[in-house]
Design a protein around this ligand. Structure first.
Ligand SMILES: C[S@@+](CC[C@H](N)C(=O)[O-])C[C@H]1O[C@@H](n2cnc3c(N)ncnc32)[C@H](O)[C@@H]1O
Length: 464
């Protein structure tokens, strides 16, 4: 790799392995495009592959990284490509002549750059482009999503494309605009989803999806999960999913494994909300050992806190305050400040804790908020299913855990019954996302979707 890791990450530059490039290029060429655009071309792997497979038509390769375009030019020159234009520029600003003749195919591996590192102009561009296309674009959309918006904006009837992306947009909230674009505007033909145990991006840890489309196609979509995308030979086969099902679904990966219907169960979200634990923005300051809190005379301003998933995994279904070795600084009001607290906060300021990102965005910086502590806590990211525990002492939790809050007040016995049921059924809980290496993660909304007995049945005598 010519670029160091940090630079590659900022550009989302993870190059695609050969087997995938060839399979995607072959799918595109089988549809006889006149023009091929390699979007975010890197060293030009896709442009070179279509050339090697015999394409001699107009090829445009674009990348924002000048070094990438130099490599692409060199590669295409070696291959003797006479009709290639390599553009050093931003795909989001690319315009294609309205007079372009023929069927245009977009191909590539859009950069995976998360939304919080996007420039404000890029976010504004995304909103405007979404408006023009009639889709609502979430502020959480990363650069790969913006690439799809750009391609949708450039596409005409008859155009087509094939992209490999991280698969998360298939199921998450920000993916809604992409799902709409692929299901309705672009005409998704097929989806090949990489088995979570393999990564198509070399050093980037991510499940991959290859999405292929032809503008105007409105038949069923073929969806396939494949063991190892890296050994992919061709984009063929798969389960047929009707366009209507695709359009209505907000979790496309579930369509690969329809959930067995389990009678009588309801989504947890019907009677409980799931919230993330507190993100302090400076754990070293806000989380103290019990001893330190005593020495600093902060005992009146702290509450026992679950700080590690392990404490729930090994709790036997109930976390107790006296088993926890850490406490969380919990100050609601400036009026509560005594000498010890004032001195601790002043020390925080000396160490510039108040300037840390999350602290700076709180008012005042030391008030963590977070609502009442949850009656039930859950692990949400491990190489195993979530584990649940009641929290009768109402300890605080930090963001290594989720908290489950009942929508209406219920007794401790109901919380206990639910936890026992959840832990007894933890290996059958479906949902969440599985990452490279088998790491399973449940976002709060995903945990709200798990199926549980209805509230009125949470009675120790009836629920096993
Ligand atoms: C995931 S890499 C793919 C490289 C190559 N197509 C491949 O698959 O091997 C994404 C590429 O997009 C480029 N890129 C990032 N932002 C871009 C932008 N706004 N416009 C065009 N290219 C961009 C990066 O420099 C990087 O080369």
């Amino acid at each position: 790799m010519v670029r160091p890791g940090t630079r590659r990450r900022s550009l989302g530059a993870f190059y695609t392995v050969e087997g995938i490039v060839t399979a995607m290029a072959s799918w595109v060429l089988a549809r006889n495009p006149d023009i091929i655009i390699d979007v975010g071309c890197g060293s030009g792997r896709f442009a070179a592959a279509v050339r090697r497979l015999g394409f001699g038509g107009e090829t445009i390769a674009i990348d924002i990284d000048p070094l990438a375009t130099v490599m692409t030019r060199a590669n295409l020159t070696v291959l003797g490509h006479r009709h290639a234009t390599v553009v050093h520029g931003d795909l989001l600003r690319l315009s294609l002549a309205d007079s372009r003749r023929g069927r245009t195919a977009f191909i590539g591996n859009p950069p995976y750059v998360r939304h919080h590192t996007l420039r404000p102009e890029a976010k504004r561009w995304a909103q405007k482009s979404g408006d023009a296309l009639g889709v609502q674009v979430s502020g959480l959309s990363g650069l790969h999503a913006l690439f799809v918006l750009a391609i949708a904006g450039l596409s005409r009837p008859g155009d087509l494309g094939c992209l490999i992306t991280a698969a998360e947009w298939l199921d998450v909230g920000y993916g809604s605009a992409l799902r709409t674009l692929f299901a309705q505007h672009l005409g998704c033909v097929r989806l090949d989803i990489g088995d979570p145990r393999t990564s198509a991006f070399g050093d980037a840890m991510s499940t991959a999806a290859i999405v292929s489309w032809e503008v105007g196609y409105s038949d069923a979509v073929s969806m396939r999960e494949t063991r190892d995308l890296k050994t992919l030979r061709a984009l063929t086969g798969g389960r047929a999913i009707s366009r209507d099902t695709l359009t209505r679904s907000s979790r496309w990966r579930d369509l690969l494994h329809p959930r067995p219907h389990r009678d009588g169960l309801v989504p947890l979200g019907t009677y409980a909300r799931v919230h993330r634990g507190i993100a302090t923005g400076a754990n070293g300051f806000f989380i103290l050992s019990r001893d330190e809190a005593i020495i600093r005379e902060l005992g009146g301003h702290v509450r026992p806190c679950v700080t590690r998933a392990h404490q729930v995994l090994s709790s036997g279904g109930v976390v107790r305050a006296d088993k926890l070795d850490h406490v969380l600084l919990e100050v609601q009001d400036a009026a509560d400040h005594d000498r010890a607290l004032r001195s601790y906060l002043a020390e925080g300021i000396r160490h510039r804790v108040h300037e840390r990102y999350l602290c700076e965005h709180r008012n005042p910086w030391w008030r963590l908020g977070g609502g009442p502590p949850p009656p039930i806590v859950a692990t949400y990211m491990a190489r195993q299913a979530p584990m649940f525990a009641t929290n009768p002492d109402r300890c605080r939790i930090v963001n290594v855990l989720h908290g489950i809050h009942f929508r209406e007040e219920v007794g401790e016995d109901i919380a206990t019954t639910l936890v026992v049921w959840l832990n007894n059924h933890r290996d059958t809980l479906t949902g969440g996302r599985t990452y490279h290496g088998g790491l399973r993660k449940f976002e709060p909304r995903e945990l709200e979707a798990i199926l549980v007995p209805p509230l009125h049945e949470l009675d120790a005598r009836r629920v096993k």
